[in-house]
Ligand binder design. Structure first.
Ligand SMILES: [Zn+2]
Length: 108
């Protein structure tokens, strides 16, 4: 028997280096209201894909709209990061800058 077969499979803790969001994780506003659920694992380096966000508890923000909680107006997304129950996680600032640039170019 291989060593890893002896252990029941457990969900690995989120790794900020490999993924910033794991499938099934819920993004909340800063007051803890649930906003949506991640449909899959997401790496900080990958191009932002809205289809990774599912089970919205409020209307999805439209392009150019400031994404805020429909209940309290709190933030759940800023600078390429999303708010989880344990705090902010997401694409790091140098990547977020590139994403912003790409978004700005796409909107022109
Ligand atoms: Zn809220």
């Amino acid at each position: 028997m291989r060593d890893f077969d002896k252990h029941p499979r457990t969900v690995p803790p989120p790794s900020k280096e490999v993924f910033y969001a794991r499938k099934g994780e819920i993004v909340t506003c800063e007051q803890g209201h649930p906003i949506f659920t991640f449909a899959r694992d997401v790496k900080p380096t990958e191009k932002f894909d809205p289809s990774a966000l599912t089970d919205w508890k409020q209307a999805e923000p439209q392009a150019g709209e400031r994404p805020t909680c429909a209940v309290c107006g709190g933030q759940f997304h800023k600078g390429g990061a999303f708010h989880f129950k344990d705090g902010w996680r997401g694409a790091f600032s140098h990547i977020a800058g590139k994403l912003k640039q790409a978004n700005d170019e796409a909107q022109d």
